[in-house]
Design a protein around this ligand. Structure first.
Ligand SMILES: [Zn+2]
Ligand SMILES: [Zn+2]
Length: 439
């Protein structure tokens, strides 16, 4: 078996790994980069004029033979695995040949489809194999693949065991152990596969002075901190987080409920929470009367454009109006984002309001976010509450995984600091993007 990290050996994001057996080839993830080589936030618009060949030469598209259309002379790859619904793992799939089959989780597929409707239309994923399930092994040609459901800030995230030619490669994907599904990680440690030759290990949080102790708060602590903020303020409180971070949505909901507030979400978030299809996940329904939905015009326009009006009507009975919000300010915890500013401007009597910023600090520096926060707080910084926990494993959790899998070789991926793996682990082999390695 051979593998090539096409992208990700020295960066966070843009993940893409090709694995070759004697007779077949698969690809794991096809993500967009998060930052450019100069450290700027990556924006695909800067590259939109380039042809596919130019995108490959400029190293934006991974140079995988037979992955894209009109790639004559190369045998198509035999399957594309998507570990989870974060764009740094799937965001370039629109370039992939329509005949290539995808292997992904059902919720992952749903979340990608919702992003296509509400955020950026990349076109639908057409050829999908039966949805992957936790620990249900499947084959792609002569590969044997076992997905393992992991705890991560994306719902439905998988690690993969890839077996072929009597060799075993383990791809950790993005994971952690301090989320609401942290038990999954400890369950994995009990049932982990043996005889791993190569472990591709994410190292988002491997940094110079990384502590060897547990450094991240759990989602329960996040929830308690939100409760304190809701308690402190006697007016509307706004929350900024990713709607697809389901653990965080649960924390928002639970905190609101504990303080007797309504949890007010937009129609996009409503579709995500309902679309996941789990009764235990809070979503607008009779089971969760504290959840109310608002309908910003630009989101409704998108649904009309896609002829998906049903995605509005489904939540009509849970609607809250601007007037109702305005009359109940002290009873509302409302999830917001910069694009709904014009909706907020028409709610009366809000004034300067507190905001819980619950995402990665780096995104706060984006002009769009910082302007929006200034608008909400009327530039009173004391109203900003930063409450967040990482979607990624701390060093101690990474060590627990490595000690359990005992790989012959450990390869850094999804990290800015591959050279620091050596200080934490043995048998580290540093590889570069595009380098083919034989196992
Ligand atoms: Zn990632
Ligand atoms: Zn991720």
């Amino acid at each position: 078996m051979h593998f090539i990290i096409h992208r990700g050996s020295n960066e966070i994001g843009g993940s893409c790994v090709e694995v070759k057996s004697r007779n077949s080839r698969i690809v794991i993830d096809i993500g967009v980069p998060i930052v450019t080589t100069s450290g700027k936030r990556f924006d695909f618009k800067d590259y939109r004029k380039l042809s596919r060949e130019e995108l490959i030469t400029s190293k934006l598209l991974p140079n995988v033979k037979g992955l894209y259309g009109q790639d004559s002379g190369n045998k198509p790859v035999d399957g594309l695995l998507i570990s989870h619904a974060h764009i740094d793992h799937y965001g370039l799939y629109n370039f992939v040949d329509k005949d290539i089959q995808y292997h992904l989780g059902e919720a992952t597929h749903k979340l990608i489809n919702l992003s296509n409707i509400f955020i950026k239309d990349r076109g639908s994923i057409e050829k999908v194999a039966p949805y992957i399930q936790d620990r249900e092994q499947f084959n792609i040609e002569d590969f044997k693949i076992t997905p393992f459901l992991m705890d991560h800030s994306a719902f439905d995230a998988y690690a993969f065991l890839i077996e072929a030619d009597e060799k075993k490669l383990f791809y950790s994907g993005d994971f952690r152990s301090h989320g609401r599904k942290g038990k999954l990680f400890y369950k994995f440690l009990r049932i982990a596969p043996e005889g791993i030759n190569v472990l591709l290990l994410e190292g988002t949080l491997i940094k110079e002075r990384a502590s060897s102790s547990k450094t991240f708060k759990t989602e329960e602590v996040v929830e308690n901190e939100i409760v304190k903020v809701l308690e402190k303020h006697k007016t509307i409180v706004f929350g900024i987080a990713s709607s697809q971070n389901i653990d965080r949505m649960v924390s928002f909901y639970k905190a609101a409920k504990r303080k007797g507030r309504l949890f007010v979400i937009d129609v996009y978030t409503a579709n995500i929470l309902s679309g996941i299809g789990k009764r235990t996940i809070p979503h607008p329904s009779k089971d969760y009367p504290e959840i109310k939905v608002f309908f910003p015009k630009h989101l409704c326009d998108k649904l009309k454009k896609f002829k998906r009006e049903n995605m509005m009507f489904d939540f009509k009975q849970y609607k809250i109006t601007r007037d109702e919000i305005s009359k109940n300010l002290s009873n509302v915890f409302m999830m917001v984002r910069p694009s709904i500013k014009s909706y907020l401007e028409k709610i009366e009597n809000i004034g300067a309001a507190p905001v819980i910023y619950s995402m990665w600090e780096g995104y706060m520096e984006d002009a769009e976010n910082s302007d929006f926060i200034k608008y909400i707080t009327k530039e009173d910084d004391s109203l900003i509450h930063r409450i967040h926990t990482s979607g990624h494993a701390d060093v101690m959790t990474l060590k627990e995984l490595v000690n359990c899998l005992k790989p012959d070789n450990l390869i850094p991926i999804h990290t800015l600091n591959p050279e620091m793996y050596d200080t934490h682990f043995e048998n580290v082999r540093d590889v570069s993007d595009g380098q083919e390695i034989e196992i």
